[in-house]
Design a protein around this ligand. Structure first.
Ligand code: ZN
Ligand code: ZN
Length: 258
């Protein structure tokens, strides 16, 4: 199994072994290219290049040649309430894989892909008290049956022995896709959509986990809500980062549903 050595904690090891047992019962195929043999093959791994973490926006992690701030963050009058970092860009096999685990119930993929989040967290080693998966609205959760961000966050929580909560933040308003709105409009739209439990977040350093960041407005809106409830510091990791196509600045519209 790819980089299985990362699973060195007992709870993490058992979790990993459970998935290996499932693989033995139901031989897996790759979530990126559908080749049989493993849930995430070496070729798809090789075709998932990490974002160069020295060439990103220091606030939101968006790829920027030479570093500094991206075209969105440069407009801000103050630093955003969350520091975001993403492993790779939202294209190629990872895009296929995210599509499969979000829309085709291929939930076993989450454990394979969470390795990238573990690698990224290992790089930054932020001091964190609590992990919060980005919540879905009740309607979306019911429709999908699970929250993919929770499934991605759980291996991270087991690996680093950090508590995870699905109660500390909730999404009370179901927002439809926000493609076409500016980042500012999206954040304003979303800030009312989340509710935090002050007793669970006050004074805490929090790590948010999501599958894809588009404009970062969801993460910013959640961070604002958490700060309003007394959280001390907010970080966020996402597996992938949706990047604008050059020239047109048109967003990749597919698969941007929360
Ligand atoms: Zn593959
Ligand atoms: Zn930025």
């Amino acid at each position: 199994m790819l980089k299985a050595g990362l699973y060195r904690r007992p709870a993490s090891f058992f979790y990993h072994t459970l998935w290996e047992a499932i693989d033995w019962l139901y031989p897996p195929y790759c979530g990126g290219c559908l080749q049989p043999g493993s849930r995430w093959c070496e070729s798809c791994n090789a075709n998932t290049p990490p974002i160069d973490q020295t060439q990103i926006c220091q606030y939101c992690g968006y790829p920027v040649a030479g570093g500094g701030l991206c075209f969105r963050c440069i407009e801000l009058s103050a630093p955003p309430p969350v520091t975001i970092r993403s492993y790779t860009t939202y294209q190629g096999p990872i895009r296929e894989a995210i599509h499969r685990f979000k829309y085709q119930k291929d939930i076993a993929l989450c454990e394979s892909l969470a390795i990238y989040l573990i690698e990224l967290f290992n790089r930054y080693k932020w001091e964190v008290d609590l992990i919060l998966p980005v919540p879905l609205s009740k309607e979306r959760k019911k429709e999908r049956g699970y929250n993919q961000s929770f499934l991605l966050a759980r291996p991270l929580s087991l690996h680093f022995m950090l508590p995870i909560s699905t109660k500390a933040i909730s999404r009370t308003i179901h927002t439809n896709t926000q493609v076409g709105l500016s980042a500012q409009q999206r954040t304003e739209n979303l800030t009312q959509a989340f509710q935090a439990q002050p007793s669970l977040v006050a004074g805490k350093r929090i790590l948010l986990i999501d599958d894809v960041a588009t404009t970062s407005s969801t993460l910013t809106a959640i961070a604002r809500t958490l700060v309003g409830a007394g959280a001390k510091q907010i970080f966020a990791l996402t597996l992938a980062r949706s990047v604008l196509q050059s020239h047109t600045h048109q967003e990749v519209q597919q698969n941007t549903q929360p």
